[in-house]
Design a binder for this molecule. Structure first.
Ligand SMILES: C[S@@+](CC[C@H](N)C(=O)[O-])C[C@H]1O[C@@H](n2cnc3c(N)ncnc32)[C@H](O)[C@@H]1O
Length: 345
């Protein structure tokens, strides 16, 4: 973030800046202002995360609630001031471009989303956070640079090491991440694929994923990720070289039963796979370590019925020698060098 602010500042101080036209100059100044607002926001989030940790140890709940409410109010006021300023600046630009209405609509939408986003941060559940907080760098190595997660995401995000590994194996032109959540996988795919289409039913998850992708160097002007707010089960005309599936497993208690069944998921785990395999044979399915082997064999049959191969590679994902998850690879992503076939009936 600091680097981007510095780059924008040095652009403004460069001799070429004087030769830019009025519109371009304003655009660059506005960009700098936005970056500075985002930086402030990151700092507030960090402070809040630290505070909530301390609160869990020492302080009363009421005190912490009041504090974070006040903080958020201050932030709102600050942002309002900044936004008012940038609004008056943008007015000239809008007149020049003759796109006033379009820009106003966009701004309104942006404001609505930002308000929702603030509420999300304010409502972060301290209990959940404290339980998973120690694993924050495992989820995102750049956590301290402003990563935002909601309650569900604390236990849903794919740990970064695993996400990196999967992304390396899935390198392709267009990858669709059908259940993108807070962006754990999406961010890593963006480094190994030309285009990433990231879908989620929950608009808040998309806001988080977008925000988190900025922490990893993306920006609204420069990104290869397209975020789509949609039900993964209702997408038509989908085109992809690889489809990645990490649907919800039903909360953090999915290991309570000894075997995890695909039809216990919502949406149904078999239906999700059937939809994906119709688009491309190259499907990657991220699942609990205790997934039924019989269910996996059924997926291989579904792949065959849809014109693909019945081969499926089961990859076990370990962190610190502990089995965490499994990843299933279908189609051309199966590693044929590992011919350790097993038959499940
Ligand atoms: C396990 S999380 C994905 C985590 C993600 N891979 C990451 O690393 O951040 C599952 C996501 O699926 C989304 N979801 C649930 N049902 C969906 C549906 N029918 N269509 C699209 N997304 C859905 C949830 O909102 C949630 O964000």
């Amino acid at each position: 973030m600091d680097k981007r602010i510095e780059n924008t500042k040095s652009k403004i101080n460069s001799p070429e800046f004087q030769s830019f036209n009025k519109v371009k100059k304003k655009r660059i100044r506005r960009q700098l202002k936005k970056l500075e607002i985002t930086k402030k926001r990151f700092e507030k989030i960090k402070q809040r995360a630290n505070k909530s940790r301390e609160n869990n140890e020492n302080e009363s709940e009421n005190e912490s609630e009041n504090e974070s409410e006040n903080e958020s109010e201050n932030l709102d006021e600050e942002e309002e001031e900044n936004e008012n300023e940038s609004e008056s600046e943008t007015k000239d630009v809008e007149n020049v471009n003759g796109k006033q209405k379009e820009n106003e609509k966009e701004k309104q939408k942006e404001n609505e989303n930002e308000n929702k986003f603030d509420t999300l941060i304010k409502n972060n559940n301290n209990d959940i956070m404290s339980k998973y907080y120690s694993q924050r760098y495992r989820l995102f190595s750049k956590f301290d640079e402003g990563i935002v997660l909601d309650q569900e995401s604390w236990f849903s995000v794919t740990p970064e090491l695993i996400a990196q590994h999967i992304a390396e194996r899935c390198s392709c032109n267009t990858l669709v991440d059908l259940f993108c959540g807070a962006g754990g996988n999406t961010i890593q795919f963006s480094f190994t694929c030309n285009v990433v289409v990231s879908v989620d039913l929950d608009p808040m998850k998309l806001l988080m994923a977008k925000h988190n992708s900025w922490v990893y160097g993306h920006s609204s002007e420069n990104t290869n990720i397209e975020f789509v707010n949609s039900d993964a089960m209702n997408l038509s005309n989908l085109k992809a070289d690889v489809i990645f599936l990490s649907p919800p497993w039903g909360g953090p208690n999915y290991t309570d039963s000894s075997i995890f069944h695909l039809d216990s998921m919502t949406p149904n785990g078999f239906e999700i796979f059937k939809n994906a395999i119709k688009v491309t044979p190259n499907v990657v399915y991220f699942l609990p370590k205790n997934t039924s082997k019989v269910d996996i064999a059924k997926l291989a049959l579904i792949s065959k019925e849809n014109g693909g191969s019945e081969l499926c590679e089961i990859e076990e994902n370990y962190i610190n020698e502990k089995l965490k998850t499994i990843t299933l690879y279908f189609g051309s992503l199966v590693n044929n060098n590992n011919k350790n076939y097993e038959s499940y009936q």
